[in-house]
Write a protein that binds this ligand. Structure first.
Ligand code: ZN
Length: 414
């Protein structure tokens, strides 16, 4: 059935590729706007579209593309709220680690959780992502850190994508940390000999990701993992320059990585390199907020140099228990100094580009999935001008309403 949706405004980036530099600042605005869909796909978006069997009119509301979260660890066991309180009370990182906190506690909880428990916990988080407008997301592994539990996390991510109305791109984060029960050298060998071949063989992920950080893996270790992963056809991503300058960016670019993520400590050379390379910069500003850091990633400079910037929540129990990508978008405007248009581009088509789904997601155009969110604002700039609320009224996934507050509004005569 053909369905037509009418709005006061429809805004969208355009195209099937990520946007770089100045291109990021451009959005298509239809005022009024319509979206014509059939079988969950967009036939046309514009000021006026074709005939439909059924029309839904939303005067005074706008539509934007469903958000795409480019960096997300939503499949994990447990939570770390006690640790959060300890930090607020001034307990040091080392003391927290001695008390069994930190990433190692999440590894333990993830390993102990059954597949069903892990799926149930992840589903609840995914619901809050969807409620806040995310219709596609990455889901990383990396809390298993052994063959069995990395596979468990990736299979749960896949199942989540099958059961829940959200496109999920599983990413194998085999190099997230050194397992608590292994020496680094032994784990690197295990990755090369067993885990990477097995994940590739089972086709659980097309991406390999790792964490380049002082006390975790240095560039020599990362290069070793990248070589092994590349041999098995994985595309590469890298968490790097998050807390120290590691030299991960030139390495990732040399290996043709899809993205470098975090990059708070990127220097001028790194910024210029990203300005002219195919490797995207994925930024998660809510991590700086949550860890109460003054420093934010140089996203503005990277765009000015012509680079491609995408946004993620980094949803994880330690440094960003944040489900809402809108929350990251507000920080992009207020702390990263991106324009409102660049921010929307970063959270839609550019994130879709990083996840390899830009052909089908990230814009409202013919041939793409009918994933869009309806906001109770008259003008898209109000998304940032009134930043305490998303103002989401409905979320559509492939033309189907998957979240809505309209009945409540109607009851109140609004
Ligand atoms: Zn991460």
């Amino acid at each position: 059935m053909r369905k037509k949706f009418k709005f006061s405004q429809v805004i969208t980036p355009t195209g099937r590729m990520g946007k770089r530099g100045k291109e990021m600042d451009h959005l298509q605005v239809f005022e009024p706007g319509e979206i014509l869909t059939e079988n969950g796909m967009i036939i046309e978006a514009g000021e006026k579209t074709g005939d439909a069997d059924y029309t839904e009119e939303h005067f005074g509301l706008i539509a934007i593309p469903g958000l795409v979260d480019a960096h997300n660890h939503l499949v994990y066991g447990g939570k770390r709220v006690e640790e959060f309180e300890m930090k607020l009370r001034g307990v040091s990182y080392m003391e927290i680690a001695r008390a069994g906190g930190g990433i190692k506690s999440t590894v333990k909880a993830t390993r102990e959780a059954s597949r069903e428990e892990l799926l149930a916990q992840s589903l609840r988080r995914a619901f809050y992502m969807l409620k806040n407008g995310t219709t596609a997301s990455e889901a990383k592994s990396g809390y298993g850190l052994n063959l069995e539990d990395e596979i468990k996390q990736l299979e749960v991510a896949r199942e989540l994508g099958e059961k829940f109305p959200m496109d999920i791109v599983p990413v194998f984060l085999g190099g997230h940390d050194i397992p608590p029960d292994m020496k680094k050298e032994d784990y690197l060998t295990l990755l090369e000999k067993e885990v990477i071949p097995e994940v590739a063989g089972r086709k659980l992920s097309r991406y390999f990701d790792a964490f380049c950080e002082s006390g975790v893996y240095d560039t020599t270790d990362i290069e070793r993992m990248f070589r092994a992963a590349k041999d098995y056809g994985f595309k590469l991503r890298l968490h790097t320059e998050e807390f120290t300058h590691m030299g991960g960016i030139p390495l990732a670019v040399e290996y043709g990585a899809v993205s470098v993520d975090h990059i708070l400590f990127a220097d001028e050379k790194d910024i210029k390199l990203l300005g002219r390379s195919e490797t995207a910069a994925v930024i998660m500003p809510t991590v700086s907020f949550f860890l109460r850091m003054e420093k934010y990633a140089p996203a503005r400079r990277i765009i000015d140099e012509g680079g491609l910037v995408a946004l993620g929540t980094d949803l994880n129990p330690g440094s960003s228990p944040v489900e809402s990508l809108f929350f990251a978008m507000w920080f992009a405007v207020f702390k990263l100094n991106l324009t409102m248009e660049e921010t929307i581009t970063a959270a839609t088509i550019n994130s879709a580009h990083v996840l390899g789904i830009a052909e089908t997601n990230g814009t409202l155009e013919k041939g793409k999935k009918a994933d869009f969110i309806v906001l109770d604002v008259e003008d898209y700039r109000e998304i940032f001008y009134r930043p305490s609320e998303t103002h989401i009224v409905k979320v559509y996934k492939e033309g189907r309403e998957v979240f809505g507050i309209e009945p409540y509004l109607r009851e109140m005569g609004m």
